[in-house]
Design a protein around this ligand. Structure first.
Ligand code: FE2
Length: 399
């Protein structure tokens, strides 16, 4: 028996940011905690326009702008404190994955009346309904605006950092406002890394042991859109084989595809889970500070290559969606993924990305305990995962 549960109302399209304030009012909220990153997001034109529209709607808002990459649980606690002291009744997460995940953590912890740390990596589940959360992504990648997942960094007494993925039905945002215009200011390197994160979600969900016919549909369409548009969104290729004379229009179409692809992949991963690309990307990110999307982008071809014996047919379908070539084989599909990564300037392995080998054993130990390891179509042995990590450090998947 398959299940599919995607409760987030998605509002999509150029300019739909202006729908945020009316949606908050419809949900009956009046005092909003606005959760953003520390730096440029909060000074972007999109953010200013959001604040103006909240003011115009007569909504009070309080800005929590302390979220760093992969928020630490202590950051979530500070946001929850502000939420409580200001008597808020709704949240907006505005930015990349980190502010939105932080807003999810704040919502869940204020509902429970306990620090988020009690629930991260402990097996303790949320049980209480959360306040309404509107997620507004400013990158096309994480899909967290529609997922039941949030990633936090836990720092233990010895200062050891680990990224913990958590999931709960209470994490699904009430609304996702996906406005491709907000993605227009992303530099190409960020577009590349976040776009490959979305591709990784779609591919890992598609090959997952927990995939369903409905999640498959979201994955394949996401992969198709990314194959058509990621190079163009990074300025590396025209949008289509028949170039449109107006380059601004091409860029807008590519951005729209990527925004939709990231959201579709987010819906899929909430149903089908992820795999060992994320199993390795989390510790690499936590320990070596490599951005999540970039880590996934580097690791994706290696893991897919290792899955050829177990997921050959699925990889062929992925290659067909990505390239449009019918009858493409599994190995050629993996090459197509590697080629896409190469074309948008993703380093070919972790060494080339500057990750020192001193992290090897710690990264491996963390990956071996990855909670979603069971979703992988191949039951990798510990020794196989060690060999895979060796490949990721200094090997190469032919493009
Ligand atoms: Fe991801």
């Amino acid at each position: 028996m398959d299940e599919f549960y995607a409760p987030t109302k998605i509002i999509f399209g150029e300019g739909c940011l202006s729908e945020t304030a009316p949606q908050i009012k419809k949900m009956g909220a009046t005092r909003v905690l606005l959760v953003t990153g520390k730096s440029n997001t909060a000074s972007s034109p999109g953010f200013e326009s959001l604040c103006r529209s909240l003011d115009a709607a007569g909504l009070r808002w309080f800005h929590f702008a302390e979220v760093g990459p992969d928020p630490e649980t202590s950051t979530v606690d500070r946001g929850a404190e502000l939420y409580r002291t200001q008597g808020c009744d709704a949240l907006i997460g505005f930015g990349g994955g980190s502010p939105i995940d932080c807003a999810k953590g704040i919502a869940a912890s204020v509902a429970e009346g306990r620090p988020i740390r009690d629930f991260v990596g402990t097996g303790l589940a949320f049980t209480k309904p959360v306040p309404p959360l509107v997620a507004i992504p400013t990158t096309a990648g994480t899909g967290t605006e529609v997922t039941n997942a949030a990633v936090f960094t836990v720092v233990d007494e010895r200062g050891h950092r680990s990224k913990k993925g958590t999931s709960s039905q209470f994490y699904f945002p009430r609304r996702a406002v996906v406005d491709p215009l907000l993605h227009a200011s992303m530099p190409p390197a960020l577009t590349a890394a976040t776009g490959m994160d979305a591709l990784t979600h779609a591919i890992e969900a598609y090959v997952s042991r927990f995939h369903t016919p409905i999640s498959d549909m979201y994955c394949l369409e996401s992969i198709r859109l990314i194959g058509r548009s990621l190079r163009a969104a990074c300025g590396k290729a025209p949008y289509s084989s028949i170039p449109i004379s107006d380059s601004a229009t091409e860029a807008a179409l590519a951005r729209r595809d990527m925004a939709l692809a990231a959201t579709l992949a987010g819906v899929a991963l909430s149903q089908a889970g992820l795999g060992m690309v994320h199993g390795f990307a989390h510790p690499v990110g936590a320990m070596a500070g490599l951005a999540h999307g970039l880590a996934n982008a580097i690791l994706l071809p290696f893991v897919m290559y290792a899955l050829i014996p177990d997921a050959g047919d699925r990889l062929s379908s992925i290659g067909q969606a990505l390239t449009g070539h019918i009858g493409i084989g599994a190995e050629e599909s993996v090459r197509a993924i590697a080629r896409l990564a190469r074309d948008i300037d993703i380093p070919e392995n972790l060494k080339a990305a500057g990750v020192p080998s001193t992290y090897f054993e710690d990264v491996l130990a963390d990956a071996l305990s990855y909670r979603r390891r069971k979703a992988s179509p191949r039951a990798f042995t510990d020794e196989e995962l060690r060999e895979l990590l060796e490949q990721m450090y200094s090997g190469k998947v032919e493009a």
